[in-house]
Design a protein around this ligand. Structure first.
Ligand code: NAD
Length: 296
């Protein structure tokens, strides 16, 4: 049993903390929102009065927060209270620069740390089937692996500090671009009088095959479990896809990488969100493309 502090008990953090309890760990959690604390308490998490109180005596501190600024401000608040020898694991999806800054602050306090963002969404967090992509020293990864395995099915060590965040935003840039590509193909097929099922049957067994088509098909019918069959209820909300595409473009700008399709996907999702669809599943972008004028 490990004594774990869990900071950020939202849609993802709440069920992840409950799975750590289910695996036999002692978890002290904190969130700024009362409802999140109450839900975590119902899942067996011990509720602390503050982030600083939650980390008292913790051997591992997990954070699952909205963005880089939240992670850095929470680190600034709690690091003086974290016990020597503890391991910090940040599972939030944040920008690579903030992830590296978080590692530097941990190192400055003499603590080991890991960036370990996840793929798999709220369903994966609840079912403990997340994929973790981790960045940090091999020793930190070895210590974190059994903890992360209690919340997920696959744990990948991607490299040094920030490598987990880099893997996450590269993967999700592929996803955003591929979803737009698949949706465009269905829109073109509709204009050409080709049925959804016919395009699916061909492309899913041809070179157009990809996850956005075969698991998350953006039209209803061919894949009965995809969000298109439930009026694009998320799933993975377009606002979260936009967040990840923005992170990819920030990183591409800082690193000097040319990612023209990533930039275009970001612009399309920004327009989709501005039209009031941030809460729609990201595969709903097909509706936006159907309505877009030809020159867009
Ligand atoms: P969420 O908004 O539901 O949860 C974040 C929680 O952090 C909130 O409950 C908020 O009150 C809390 N918080 C903010 N500042 C805090 C502070 N100073 N101290 C304590 N708690 C604080 O978001 P989420 O959907 O759980 O996502 C969390 C992270 O996981 C994000 O970085 C997101 O990009 C990433 N992620 C989300 C999904 C998804 O499908 N929801 C999938 C993969 C990754």
């Amino acid at each position: 049993m490990t004594q774990i502090a869990f900071l950020g008990l939202g849609n993802m953090g709440g069920p992840m903390a409950a799975n750590l309890v289910g695996a036999g760990h002692a978890v002290a959690g904190f969130d700024l929102v009362r409802e999140a604390l109450e839900a975590a308490r119902a899942g067996g998490v011990g509720v602390a009065a503050s982030a600083e109180a939650a980390v008292e005596g913790a051997e591992v501190v997990v954070t699952m927060l909205p963005a880089g600024r939240h992670v850095l401000s929470v680190y600034d608040a709690v690091l003086p209270r974290v016990a020597a020898g503890a391991l910090l694991i940040d599972c939030s999806t944040i920008d690579v620069a903030s992830a590296r800054a978080a590692h530097a602050r941990a190192a400055g306090a003499g603590l080991a740390s890991l960036d370990a963002p996840v793929s798999g969404g709220v369903g994966g967090a609840t079912a403990a089937t997340l994929t973790f992509m981790a960045g940090g020293a091999p020793e930190a990864f070895a210590r974190a692996e059994p903890i992360l395995s209690a919340m997920g099915r696959k744990v990948v060590h991607c490299g040094e500090a920030g490598a987990g965040q880099a893997a996450k935003i590269c993967n999700n840039m592929i996803l955003g671009i591929s979803m737009v590509g698949v949706a465009e193909a269905f829109v073109l097929a509709e204009k050409l009088g080709l049925s959804h099922q016919a395009l699916f049957d061909v492309a899913s067994t041809s070179s157009g095959q990809c996850w956005s088509l075969t698991t998350y098909c953006p039209v209803p019918g061919p894949v009965p479990t995809s969000p298109a069959n439930s009026d694009y209820r998320p799933g993975f909300a377009a606002a979260l896809m936009l967040k990840d595409l923005r992170l990819s473009q920030e990183a591409a700008g800082a690193a000097g990488a040319a990612t023209p399709l990533g930039a275009h996907a970001e612009a399309l999702y920004a327009a989709f969100e501005a039209a009031g669809h941030g809460g729609t599943d990201f595969s709903g972008i097909i509706r936006h493309l159907r309505e877009a004028p030809r020159e867009a």
